[in-house]
Design a protein around this ligand. Structure first.
Ligand code: CP
Ligand code: NVA
Length: 310
């Protein structure tokens, strides 16, 4: 039997300390190197990940499923539409059962409260694969990508242009944990809600009415869809409200010359980002997407095996 590690969940970015994030990034670097060199690394042989999806996904499903297999384990996909969760089985009951049959659970759902309730009854670690409030695995990958391209993120400035959604909230939490700054520009009525974002304070972010001002001097410019999953009814209104919040070439030119552009994907060219930016020289979106695989493998290893002697 493997040694027991204390039960930990990753429901929001601040669930790991700065030292633990640094450790996960270091492991992700090593795990990525092994993968690229076709070196077999199976520390999670015989472990099973259950992935529960209440919303659509390409990257999250693929990176967790492929990642678990590459670590020697197995991954099972459950969709709420065809499981009893979709027919009203209480989340707490599902958590008791699913966590007796698996070693790790990843959930993509609506309110954060749902994943918190699941985790409160789970015997095994639970990972947030996106909720209305947060997307912590995405920001793990984004920061790992920044570090790969430009070095440490501490003290740097990230410009967030657009909706103050789950991805934005997670950038804001990450800024507090890892000590960098976020310049946020949203249309009026879509401002950051610090409590919903789970922030301790407002020291690490500043809001700008004009997105050009937010982008000025930034080391990293990023955005996301104007209408997140679950908010489709607001789409028409949002298309109007966000029209001036597109990241275009002028906005990238306001950032530092070596600024990188990120987008969690899927993207809508001509809405939140111009094709010239996402397909241009500042963009690192494909590395960013790939790195979901590597950082989540490091995260799963950490949650199941704790610190490994390196
Ligand atoms: N970025 C991201 O989470 O993508 P998917 O919705 O495809 O999983
Ligand atoms: N904010 C987006 C991210 C998709 C990966 C959403 O929640 O739909």
């Amino acid at each position: 039997m493997a040694a027991q590690v204390p039960l930990r969940h990753f429901l929001q970015f601040k669930d790991l300390s700065r030292a633990e994030h640094d450790y996960v990034f270091a492991r992700a670097r090593w795990i990525k190197q092994q993968f690229k060199a076709y070196q077999r690394y199976w520390p999670l042989a015989d472990r099973t990940l259950v992935m529960i999806f209440e919303k659509a996904s390409t990257r999250t499903r693929l990176s967790f499923e492929a990642g678990m297999q590459q670590l020697g384990g197995a991954a099972i996909y459950l969709n709420t539409r065809d499981s009893q969760l979709g027919r009203g089985e209480p989340v707490e009951d599902a958590a008791q059962v699913i966590s007796r049959m698996s070693d790790l659970v990843m959930i993509r759902t609506f309110e954060q409260d749902i994943i918190e309730r699941f985790a409160s009854k789970s015997r095994v670690p639970v990972i947030n694969g996106l909720t209305n409030e947060y997307h912590p695995c995405q920001i793990l990958a984004d920061i790992f990508t920044y570090i790969e391209h430009r070095g440490p993120i501490q003290g740097k400035t990230v410009a967030w242009i657009g909706d103050s959604n789950n991805v934005c909230n997670t950038w804001l939490q990450a800024a507090e944990v890892l000590d960098f700054n976020v310049h946020v520009s949203t249309p009026p009525g879509y401002e950051v809600e610090p409590e919903r974002a789970g922030l301790y304070g407002t020291d690490h972010f500043e809001e700008f009415a004009d997105p050009m001002d937010a982008a000025r001097g930034a080391d990293l410019v990023t955005t996301d869809v104007w209408t997140s999953m679950g908010f489709e009814a607001e789409n028409e209104e949002r298309l109007r409200d966000f029209a001036d919040w597109q990241v275009d070439g002028d906005m990238m030119n306001a950032a530092r010359p070596d600024a990188v552009f990120m987008h969690c994907l899927p993207a809508h060219r001509g809405e939140e980002v111009a094709a010239e930016v996402i397909d241009g020289s500042h963009s690192v979106v494909w590395d960013e997407a790939e790195n979901r695989l590597h950082v989540q493998k490091a995260l799963m290893e950490f949650l199941l095996l704790g610190h490994i002697e390196q």
